[in-house]
Design a binder for this molecule. Structure first.
Ligand SMILES: Cc1cc2nc3c(=O)[nH]c(=O)nc-3n(C[C@H](O)[C@H](O)[C@H](O)COP(=O)(O)OP(=O)(O)OC[C@H]3O[C@@H](n4cnc5c(N)ncnc54)[C@H](O)[C@@H]3O)c2cc1C
Length: 399
């Protein structure tokens, strides 16, 4: 059954090293993740042991440069690893995603000094990163954030409240989007990114307070927190690029996140499909396996086709972003299509399970609670459609 997650559609040629990594992660998921994921998820328990194993496998350094102890691989490898992890448990890919966005931005926009300071420890996973844009009053409307950083000599003084910070507690580094010039017109010209260091696991550090974990419907195990900044001082040397570059940098980085969320959707949908097709062949109704009833076959055919289409779109977006190009259109389309397809596949897989799909004894119940987050994180489907339409109108401009 695991073979269903191997398809690359001939769209990408993987090196032997990439194939070995993806195969190793698949084995790891089969032996170490799948047997415990349901239980840990139901307890909303952070998967300490699994994360340590992921560190030992070098997964946190996949895309970090070799000179900093990473594997120096591309975003395609990261996406394929994301599919495999999410097939086991989507939260594991969430634990990695903000870290990879932080590495991507540091590689592309960071100074040598900043890279020296953080990349080696990020490559081992000893130092892990969160990425914080959203606020209580501004999510889709990124330019509407109010978190403020004021330059004071060699430091910035940060004030404001951030919301929905994945890995907010355990991260030792926060990629913080803030306003350095709130009166800038247009507003995005007054936005900047600071790399904020903090004590991993501490709910209070200097001027940073982290309230208790936000309780969620699904996406358990990984923590999601608020971050409250009160006169918190950050060295000016931690500014990424120049003041006013932040919005453009974050929009570039978020495409990495959108490829990751597409990969997560493919992994989650693959698992839902596998669970449905297995159950359909075991469960009998009216004297035969339900897989022999045409309406169940119709569901399986539609699910399988949507899954394959999603996989191809995800690969196309990962390929473009791996080449270092901006990929608003491809990443937006993949994020929109893959996550909506995943939601539909998971819903249909639950129906195939009948009443048992509603029971916590079956994995599909967990997948059903995880899938909706993918429609929201890294920009909602509505926002993806705005991004897609803007790109299409630009491309097909009337002359
Ligand atoms: C579990 C979880 C983890 C998250 N992790 C992170 C993280 O690590 N870092 C981070 O920065 N953020 C994170 N987020 C925040 C996430 O990115 C936002 O929730 C998302 O961008 C939507 O913003 P919002 O919740 O403020 O919704 P709103 O922006 O208030 O949107 C509400 C509704 O209005 C729609 N809408 C908004 N604007 C428009 C428009 N112009 N046209 C049409 N419809 C529109 C939206 O699509 C949505 O349906 C996380 C969220 C969750 C739930």
């Amino acid at each position: 059954m695991a073979g269903t997650s191997t398809v690359s559609g001939g769209l990408v040629d993987l090196s032997d090293e990439q194939k070995e990594i993806v195969a190793a992660v698949r084995d790891f998921v089969e032996t170490e993740v799948i047997p415990v994921a349901d239980e840990l998820e139901h307890k909303d328990e952070y998967p300490e042991k699994i994360v340590e194993q992921m560190k030992e496998m070098g997964l946190f350094g996949l895309t970090a440069p070799e000179e900093y102890g990473g594997a120096g691989l591309d975003l395609m490898t990261y996406a394929l690893v994301g599919v495999e992890l999410s097939r086991g448990w989507m939260s594991l890919s969430g634990i990695m995603n903000t870290h990879f966005m932080a590495i991507y931005l540091l590689k592309k926009y960071g100074t040598d000094e900043q890279k020296q300071k953080w990349l080696s420890r990020m490559a081992t996973g000893e130092l892990r990163a969160a990425l914080s844009m959203s606020e209580p009053g501004a999510g889709s409307d990124v330019q509407g954030i109010t978190c403020r950083a004021v330059r004071d000599g060699d430091e910035y003084v940060v004030n404001g409240t951030k919301m929905w910070v994945t890995n907010g507690l355990r991260a030792g580094l926060v990629v913080l989007l803030c306003k350095t010039d709130p009166s800038a017109d247009p507003p995005h010209k007054g936005m900047s990114v600071l790399y904020v260091e903090k004590e991993p696991g501490a709910s209070k550090d200097g001027g940073i307070t982290i309230p208790p974990n936000i309780e969620k419907m699904g996406y358990h195990g990984v923590e999601t927190t608020e971050l409250v900044f009160e006169d918190h001082r950050v060295p000016a040397a931690n500014l990424l690029g120049d003041e006013g570059d932040g919005f453009r940098q974050i929009m570039d980085g978020i495409e990495v996140g959108r490829v990751n969320v597409s990969a997560r959707a493919v992994g989650l949908a693959t698992r839902a499909f596998e669970e449905a097709i297995r159950y359909a062949q075991e469960r009998k109704a009216f004297g035969k396996p339900i897989a022999q009833h045409q309406m169940i076959q119709e569901k399986l055919a539609e699910m399988g086709t949507k899954l394959e289409a999603a996989r191809l779109m995800m690969l196309q977006a990962a390929k473009k972003k791996s080449a270092g190009e901006r990929s608003d259109l491809e990443a937006g389309m993949a994020k929109f299509f893959c996550t909506e397809a995943c939601h539909e596949i998971v819903t249909e897989a639950l129906r195939v399970h009948g009443g048992y799909g509603y029971s916590k004894e079956y994995t599909i119940e967990r997948l059903y609670r995880d899938a909706p987050f993918l429609l929201i994180g890294e920009g909602t489907s509505e926002i993806q459609k705005i991004v897609i339409a803007r790109q299409l109108l630009e491309r097909y401009k009337a002359t």
